[in-house]
Write a protein that binds this ligand. Structure first.
Ligand SMILES: [Zn+2]
Length: 183
């Protein structure tokens, strides 16, 4: 068996189930890396169905929570081919999502968390501000049912060329000091 058939392609993303490698189009490189050019991924669009959220509509410091109907959308992958963890924010919050893959079946998408938002918090140890996930507010724990809308097969030639560029850049960085005779 040639090495090109045995090696796992470096262009593999985390979720192998979601990819349809086209094994007929290999590019063998002199450095021993084997790239499969036509790796395809499926991008699925899901809707998080209408659910009321608790919105603070107070005009002073005394909270006044009112129910507001809203929905969200969830893309399993972004346009750069990166698997997504959160749905698209609406009304100042978003939810953590889980994609459950079963071989040969449509993946299931579950709304895993109540409403969340990003906050800047000081890390007590380092003294630096960090972006941390916090609950949207103290009273709201709503979650959404999910419904599948449609899929698109994403053209990943662009992703692969980006990856190849990145690998090329890294290779250049590694090669540069060679002439400096570093010890
Ligand atoms: Zn929501």
């Amino acid at each position: 068996m040639p090495a090109s058939k045995m090696n796992k392609p470096l262009s593999s993303l985390d979720r192998d189930d979601n990819q349809v490698p086209d094994t007929g189009d290999h590019v063998d490189r002199s450095d021993g890396r084997v790239f499969i050019e036509n790796v395809k991924i499926y991008h699925d669009l899901w809707k998080l169905e209408v659910e009321p959220m608790e919105k603070n509509v107070s005009w002073n410091e005394i909270p006044d929570y009112q129910k507001v109907e809203h929905c969200h959308f969830f893309h399993t992958f972004d346009s750069a081919g990166k698997a997504q963890t959160f749905c698209v924010p609406v009304g100042g919050h978003f939810h953590e999502m889980e994609v459950i893959q079963e071989p040969g079946k449509m993946p299931k998408v579950v709304c895993k968390s109540g409403p969340l938002k990003w906050a800047r918090q000081k890390n007590k140890r380092t003294g630096r501000f960090e972006k941390v996930l916090v609950p949207f507010n103290d009273v709201d724990e709503h979650r959404h049912e999910t419904i599948y809308l449609h899929s698109k097969q994403v053209e990943t030639r662009k992703i692969n060329s980006e990856a190849t560029k990145l690998i090329g850049k890294n290779a250049a960085l590694v090669q540069k000091p060679a002439g400096l005779d570093l010890k």
